[in-house]
Design a binder for this molecule. Structure first.
Ligand code: SF4
Length: 595
């Protein structure tokens, strides 16, 4: 829980004279004199005033700000002017990057140096202790992992952040990285021999010295749930106290919160637990029986997950839990029994730093599995999901392009149906000011639906209409006669349609998809027939890619910023309309005539 004992101390930034909102945003003001192509936006100033007022009055605010409002500056400047620590949380890493690598440097060029910290989820950072452990007992599979290990070990000597985004050659899907990341599951905390030089410790220290902390919703809620589990223990979580939180892309808040207030157990989690137990306890005194137990855990988990009543990939409700236990209870008892045996074996170990953390992890996995199979909790939906990761079978063009072969992951999940009470208690009743903003928050012209779903009882409200004139500046194209998306002919028809539109717009497009497999399928189809460079989401760390430096590129993605002529077309595979929609600003007339 984010405890706020009172106003945060004044910072250097606040004691420096920052311009008033009017001096900054109004015509002829600081923004108008900046090198940015300037256009006065009354909605931006209106939003900034509303944010400043909410911060001053310690009240919540919900703002729907249409596209083109310039909302990031409209909350950043008031946040800086408070002189108190403010957390900004975004729905996507892309917006997080935009804030830190574009908006903040821009503000610094106008206002001077700012104390801002950028935090990602722990899995983005290297765990130095795991690297040391792996160095002493190298267990690497294949030449690819050996290469990646060398690259990571060399980089670790020089990096100041431990953020994997700096590793330009490491694919996003690297299996080795998942053995070395700093996720909390395997963290030893203050008992770690590498604690003082740990990248997470350093990130926490930097956050404490910052006025603005930029995170994403996943990190925010992961941190909140760690604090909740630890009943507010002072060293739990990595986010420091803050006087306010601004949730940008707040329309994603409910879904992200639900996933962190729920439970999820997967076959990969069992694999990782067995792997980490082997790696951390190998050769330690008294650990002789463990390899046999972890091997049994792998086998029993495999049997259990393959016995779950699933029909193909995708999501499905798990309504027949009792029936499953009646028919395949032995598979379930086999797994939980082995987890208990592992707990007992770890209990027998003496003076091993890693043992208490591993013990906790085994117990948590067992109790979560028991909840998922046996609980009768109301306000909870139980479901199964099977996802394919890795993109392509060996030997295809995709693997030659650097993908791993496909891995199927099965999840067993419990998600709360309604998170409003939890959000009210943990967020809105705890943090003095919460600002929710997005381009789409109202339903039927009001915030009632969103407020009810989120448990936001008291808040000021504001709607800022879009700055753009869509009727004059945009073209919406719905291709006629597209097959149903479930039809086997759909991908080919979609590829033909996207190819045609991209030839007209000369690339400069985002193609957005609702699934990775579909994105990769269309990428494979279009790669040989398009003349433009194509960037594929997931093939490189997002920070290294920039639409502005590659103005004629086409990007296959689900989340990225671009502006001006770099982005002319957005092709979207929409579940809601079961069609492809292309939005183009230029050259509008030609597209409509030729399409
Ligand atoms: S404190 Fe945790 S994350 Fe940091 S190096 Fe040690 S084990 Fe890794």
């Amino acid at each position: 829980m984010m405890e706020v004992a009172g106003p945060m101390p004044l910072s250097d930034t606040s004691t420096r004279a920052l311009p008033s909102l009017h001096e900054f945003f109004a015509p002829g003001g600081v923004l108008a004199r900046s090198p940015l192509p300037y256009e006065y936006r009354p909605g931006q100033l209106e939003m900034a005033k509303a944010v400043e007022r909410a911060l001053a009055e310690r009240r919540h605010l919900i703002v729907e700000a249409g596209t083109g409002t310039g909302k990031t500056l409209a909350y950043l400047l008031p946040a800086l002017r408070t002189g108190q620590r403010v957390i900004i949380s975004t729905g996507t890493k892309a917006l997080q990057d935009q804030l830190y690598f574009r908006d903040i440097p821009f503000l610094e060029s106008l206002l001077g140096e700012l104390r801002v910290c950028y935090m990602k989820g722990r899995a983005n950072y290297l765990c130095r202790h795991k690297l040391v452990t792996l160095r002493n007992q190298p267990i690497l599979s294949g030449l690819e992992e050996i290469d990646q290990y060398r690259q990571i070990a060399e980089w670790e000597q020089t990096t100041e952040t431990g953020d994997r985004a700096e590793l330009s050659g490491l694919p996003e899907s690297s299996a080795l990285w998942s053995k070395l990341d700093a996720r909390s599951d395997a963290c030893l905390g203050s008992t770690c021999p590498d604690y003082r030089r740990c990248f997470i410790t350093e990130m926490r220290r930097k956050a404490l010295e910052s006025d603005i902390i930029i995170v994403n919703h996943h990190l925010f809620f992961a941190d909140l749930s760690v604090r909740r589990e630890a009943s507010g223990a002072p060293d739990a979580g990595i986010l420091p106290e803050a006087a306010a939180v601004v949730f940008d892309e707040a329309h994603e808040l409910e879904e992200v919160a639900s996933s962190y207030f729920g439970l999820s157990v997967s076959n990969i989690r069992f694999e990782e637990l067995a792997r980490d137990t082997d790696t951390m306890l190998r050769g330690k005194e008294g650990a002789g029986n463990l390899p046999g137990v972890t091997q049994q855990l792998r086998e029993r988990a495999r049997l259990f997950f393959s016995g779950l009543p699933m029909s193909g990939d995708g999501r499905q409700p798990f309504t027949g839990r009792e029936e499953f236990l009646e028919n395949a209870g032995d598979l379930y008892l086999g797994v939980t029994g082995t987890l208990r045996r592992l707990e007992a074996e770890i209990d027998n170990l003496k003076n091993i730093d890693e043992a208490p953390g591993l013990r906790k992890r085994v117990t948590r996995l067992r109790s979560e599995l028991e909840f998922l199979l046996e609980s009768n909790a109301t306000n909870t939906v139980y479901w199964l999901e099977r996802r394919v990761y890795g993109g392509a079978e060996k030997g295809t063009a995709a693997t030659r392009g650097g993908f791993r072969s496909q891995v199927r992951t099965t999840f067993l999940q419990a998600t709360p149906i309604d998170v409003s009470e939890l959000l009210a208690e943990l967020v809105f009743e705890t943090i003095p000011t919460v600002v929710l903003t997005s381009a789409t928050l109202t339903v039927q012209g009001g915030f009632e639906h969103m407020r009810r779903r989120l448990g936001l009882r008291e808040a000021r409200e504001l709607v800022v209409p879009s700055h753009f004139r869509y009727g004059e500046q945009a073209l919406l194209y719905l291709p006629p006669e597209m097959p149903d998306p479930r039809d086997p002919d759909f991908p080919e028809a979609a590829a033909r349609c996207i190819q045609r539109v991209l030839e007209i717009t000369r690339g400069r497009a985002f193609c957005l998809f609702t699934s990775y497999s579909q994105m990769r399928d269309l990428y494979e189809r279009l790669l040989p027939v398009l003349d433009f460079p194509i960037l594929l989401h997931g093939n490189a760390p997002a920070r290294r890619c920039s639409m502005s430096s590659a103005p004629r590129r086409t990007r296959f993605s689900s989340e990225l910023p671009a502006s001006g002529r770099a982005l002319t077309c957005r092709a979207k595979r929409s579940v809601a309309s079961s069609s492809i929609a292309c939005l183009s600003r230029c050259p509008t007339t030609r597209l409509s005539r030729r399409a």
